[in-house]
Design a protein around this ligand. Structure first.
Ligand code: MGD
Ligand code: MGD
Ligand code: SF4
Ligand code: MO
Length: 700
């Protein structure tokens, strides 16, 4: 079969700009505008797209697109400027801030939507051109808990350590806190195949979501009780002799840590903690036990975005190991990564504690290797700075960052306790934001840089399976719009570090990234653009040019010092905040199908706005009665952080004690005015999924 990426001279095979499923799409020339179709030849989505993919090109030609740099003038307004003036202003501010407060006073904030090349260069720019430890990114808000847990248990973090096609062949799937039917619709083809072949799907979610509706069994747990549930299932597996003892003996270490954690979680007690009936806990354990060796345990943001996120994921990994799933065909543990390049974005150094190739910044050997690749003295490489929320929370404070550069995140909308973060951003001496629209964060900036969009640039992305794919350019960006590679290069040159940023193309940057990642956990050394074209993407690790990549990991051993997977103690701890008399309900937050993240892109697309025009709070009929509010009414939600306005949807699909709101809107309709910024101690993931809330009628 001809798998040439260029189907006709006018068609470009690229990938959707949004989520981690990275659907293959074909952009055609439709008489002056780009047409979209699903790429049937790309083996992940097999031609399917969701509504966001179908409408993705609308952002390219949108009337609100930023077409020139903007500089804030003395009257406080942002005014159009040229690149030379914008770059001069930024360099002047950086130099002045460094002079006044030291190198650490300049910081950077990145995102999981950036290509691998941009994420790599951003990390390098922070360490080599700015010489600052203060860089982190929105992946902390996304999958950092699953990443940390996977590294602890397996020695490495690759969201799915197997291709998505394996989902279709699993006898049983336990899907925890994922609403994939809305957040990754084309992945449902694999769940459909799995169920059609007689497989069972068990969904764990406080809501009967579109995903839970398709499940054979839905465990409607109390928010924040995931670890209790996992321990209750493990308890049953052990008591009923359904664990895989041979696997535990041969491939794992310290099973007693897990059995000790599970000891106090007999199903009757777990029912009282989680609200999941004892019979369903027993049933889940038995279904999993009976499909031993051919089951999958998948987590997403539900259990992960909690102050107990790492603990929760470890409790589910304990289950997967006790069942002998990890490294076997059509089974295993995986995390469904979220952002377009959520996986690659966490591998190449935009994270505070990390160097390229998923190396640790405090590892002397890693520092030597990277210093060598970057031709800088090892002693000049900073150590780790604070995590995303801590970095943002410290902005403008005595020891904090005073000048910040943001690329690929809209933290005014997406960070927890957003009013605090907005105030901190306002207290900065200087803020630079690169975006293609004037996001709520860009609107606070001193300089706004207009950046190129997905269909206008070259680069690589790493999808949820660890498959490195190519983002291809279909059209040229508008004349005064630049991509980050160019921007970092210009800034570095003005800061006297131009020699380290001498690249002609994204492929050139990728060549250095390969070299930098060589020998690291996320080893891209053997991946080339050509190989990606030839193989429909290459799964890392791929250490040499003659290596065809690693679709399935852990088949023979785990990359841990012992070669075995590690069990962990993982008990149930209370959430940072639980309901009380003043705030009597749980609040949980998440997504709806037709909007994406902070909404910068999708709120601007009219057809998506018609499907999801405003944020709707889902409330159970009983909770609505007690609060005296009616369906369709405007309501107010209050937490200890703030107040926000929503439209009410009364629905029996949510628990009696829980309110759900999406976080895609800004201003007084922003869910993050409400959320609790308590952090997981290991991953520093904020607790987006649990806090205490009060529901009131809107007085306006
Ligand atoms: N349409 C759309 N798709 C997206 C995105 C988007 O913004 N819009 N974003 C992308 C990104 S970056 C990400 S990270 C993914 C996220 O994808 P998902 O993880 O599927 O999305 P969420 O809606 O955040 O959360 C999933 C579910 O967790 C449930 N939940 C809430 N609290 C708990 C709890 O305590 N325990 C458990 N077990 N479940 C709980 C919620 O009810 C929700 O249904 O989606 C990606 N795809
Ligand atoms: N309450 C609540 N809050 C949440 C979550 C939740 O479940 N509940 N989920 C969290 C999660 S999982 C995530 S991933 C975050 C996401 O939240 P954000 O980090 O705000 O993510 P986006 O909205 O995708 O922001 C990306 C911004 O960068 C721009 N952009 C996109 N691509 C590029 C690029 O290549 N270059 C540049 N310069 N700009 C680009 C977009 O226009 C947009 O303004 O939100 C988190 N916040
Ligand atoms: S599922 Fe994700 S990658 Fe596919 S079209 Fe929708 S948003 Fe794009
Ligand atoms: Mo995410």
């Amino acid at each position: 079969m001809d798998r040439s990426p260029l189907v006709t001279t006018n068609t470009t095979a690229t990938h959707c700009p949004y989520c981690a499923f990275q659907c293959g799409m074909l952009l055609g020339d439709g008489d002056g505008h780009l047409t979209v179709s699903g790429n049937d030849e790309f083996p992940v989505n097999n031609g399917a797209l969701c509504i966001k993919g179908w409408t993705a090109t609308e952002t390219l030609t949108h009337s609100e697109r930023l077409l020139h740099p903007l500089i804030r003038s003395s009257d406080g307004r942002l005014r159009t400027a040229n690149w030379e003036a914008a770059v001069d202003r930024i360099v002047e501010a950086i130099t002045e801030t460094q002079h006044k407060y030291g190198l650490g006073s300049v910081g950077m904030f990145g995102g999981g939507s950036l290509t691998n090349e941009k994420a790599y260069l951003m990390g390098k720019f922070a360490r080599v051109a700015l010489k600052t430890p203060n860089i982190d990114y929105n992946g902390r808000f996304c999958m950092s808990s699953a990443a940390a847990a996977s590294i602890k248990a397996f020695g490495i973090d690759r969201g799915l350590p197997f291709p998505v096609e394996d989902i279709a062949n699993a006898k049983t799937i336990l899907l925890i806190g994922s609403n994939a039917a809305e957040t990754m619709p084309p992945i449902m083809q694999y769940f459909d195949q799995q169920q059609s072949a007689g497989g069972k799907l068990i969904v764990v979610d406080p809501r009967t979501t579109a995903t839970a509706q398709r499940a054979d069994l839905h465990l409607q747990l109390t928010p924040g009780t995931d670890a209790a549930l996992a321990n209750g299932i493990l308890h049953t597996l052990v008591v009923e002799n359904l664990t895989d003892r041979q696997y535990i003996r041969e491939r794992t270490k310290d099973f007693t840590l897990a059995t000790n954690s599970a000891a106090a979680f007999w199903p009757g007690r777990v029912e009282r903690i989680t609200g999941v009936p004892e019979s369903q806990i027993l049933q889940t354990a038995r279904i999993l036990g009976e499909s031993r060796g051919e089951a999958m345990i998948l987590t997403a943001r539900g259990p992960e975005q909690q102050a107990q996120g790492v603990n929760n994921v470890l409790a589910f990994i304990n289950l997967a190991l006790a069942l002998g799933l990890v490294g076997k065909p059509n089974s295993g543990y995986g995390c469904l990564t979220g952002q377009g390049n959520g996986q690659g974005g966490r591998e190449h150094g935009q994270k505070a504690d990390q160097l390229p190739g998923y190396r640790k910044i405090d590892d002397p050997a890693a520092r030597r290797h990277i210093a060598n690749v970057w031709s800088v003295p090892e002693s000049s490489l900073p150590m780790s700075g604070p995590s995303a929320y801590e970095l943002l929370d410290g902005l403008g404070t005595e020891d904090g960052v005073k000048a910040l550069l943001v690329f690929g995140s809209n933290v005014v909308v997406s960070a927890p306790h957003a009013s605090n973060i907005e105030a901190k951003l306002r207290s900065l001496d200087f803020l630079v934001v690169g975006d293609f629209f004037l996001s709520e964060t860009a609107d606070l900036a001193d300089v706004v840089l207009p950046t190129a969009q997905w269909a206008e640039e070259e680069g690589t992305m790493t999808n949820l399976e660890g498959r490195v794919i190519r983002r291809r350019r279909a059209v040229a960006p508008p004349p005064e719009v630049r991509d980050e590679l160019h921007i970092f290069q210009d800034l570095a040159t003005c800061l006297g570090a131009g020699d380290h940023f001498d690249f002609d193309s994204a492929e050139d940057v990728f060549a250095e990234l390969r070299h930098a990642s060589a020998g690291g956990p996320a080893d891209y050394a053997g991946i080339t653009y050509q190989k990606i074209d030839d193989l429909d993407g290459v799964f890392w690790p791929c250490p040499q040019e003659d290596h065809s990549g690693t679709p399935r990991m852990f088949v023979d051993r785990f990359p841990t010092p012992t070669g075995r997977a590690q069990f962990h103690a993982a008990t149930q701890n209370p959430s940072g905040e639980v309901p009380d008399l003043e705030y009597p309900l749980f609040l949980t937050t998440g997504r709806v199908m037709a909007q994406y993240q902070s909404g910068t892109q999708t709120r601007r697309i009219p057809s998506l706005g018609r499907i999801a025009p405003k944020p709707v709070a889902e409330v159970h009929p009983s909770a609505a009665s007690l609060a005296g509010v009616k369906d369709g009414e405007d309501i107010v939600l209050k937490t200890r952080r703030g107040t926000a306005n929503f439209s009410l949807k009364i629905t029996p699909t949510i628990r009696h004690d829980t309110v759900f709101v999406p976080f895609h809107w800004a201003g007084s309709r922003s869910a993050n005015l409400l959320t609790n910024p308590v952090l997981d101690p290991t991953s520093k993931m904020p607790e987006f999924k649990v806090c205490a809330v009060r529901l009131e009628k809107s007085i306006t």
